[in-house]
Design a binder for this molecule. Structure first.
Ligand SMILES: N[C@@H](CCC(=O)N[C@@H](CS)C(=O)NCC(=O)O)C(=O)O
Length: 202
């Protein structure tokens, strides 16, 4: 049984729940009440010194970094549909995972944190910076989707789960980048049971 430290409005934790659900892996959620600052408590810092969710426990193994957790689960359970074994295909999945972390996530955090979670206290300059980045990144995602149903081909992989977890977050700020392919792809992801089950109850 996996234990996942989680907060429902964390896009990083959500992508791990999507995979656990999609692959039918047994897990238990440990709610970290970030709204009350529980991620900064001594007890949680002993679990993850980065004061972030998610953290996965698998017996003695303690893992943070959502994409590392996704890869670990796929490799442990030979989930080659979700993380292909073909080298070039896997490299493209890794490319989108890293793009999501390094390029898209900072923009998502700037916009959603400041526009939605901090409300009136939000930093307007950060919102503008995030929106400018989204104007650059939206077309990259739209182009990258190409003619396939999913980011790297006909089947969804952990790259799709990871990027889509950020798109849901952008939806909270009504800031999903425009684009026909993005919209169609996000509808396809939205139809995946595992992804749906990862979403916070609104
Ligand atoms: N790179 C980390 C980022 C995790 C992350 O930023 N989690 C946020 C919630 S979405 C968090 O816990 N933030 C609290 C903090 O940084 O203090 C991952 O991919 O797991």
């Amino acid at each position: 049984m996996y234990i996942l430290y989680h907060f429902p409005y964390s896009q990083h934790a959500r992508r791990v729940v999507s995979l656990l659900e999609a692959a039918g892996l047994p897990y238990e959620l440990r709610h970290v009440d970030m709204a009350k600052g529980e991620h900064l408590s001594a007890a949680y810092l002993a679990t993850n010194p980065n004061h972030q969710v998610p953290t996965l426990l698998d017996g003695d193994l303690k893992l943070h970094e959502s994409n590392a957790i996704l890869r670990y689960l796929c490799q442990k359970h030979a989930l080659t549909d979700w993380y292909p074994s073909d080298l070039a295909h896997r490299a493209r999945v890794d490319q989108w995972l890293d793009w999501n972390q390094c390029r898209l996530s900072p923009a998502v955090i700037d916009v959603v944190r400041n526009k939605v979670f901090l409300g009136d206290k939000g930093d307007k300059a950060a919102i503008e910076r995030g929106e400018a980045r989204l104007r650059e990144l939206g077309p990259i995602l739209e182009e990258g989707l190409g003619a396939d149903d999913f980011l790297t081909g006909a089947k969804s992989t952990i790259a799709d789960l990871s990027v889509a977890s950020n798109l849901f977050q952008l939806g909270l700020a009504e800031a999903i980048p425009p684009g026909e392919r993005i919209a169609a792809w996000y509808r396809r992801i939205g139809a995946l049971e595992g992804f749906r089950r990862s979403l916070p109850r609104q």
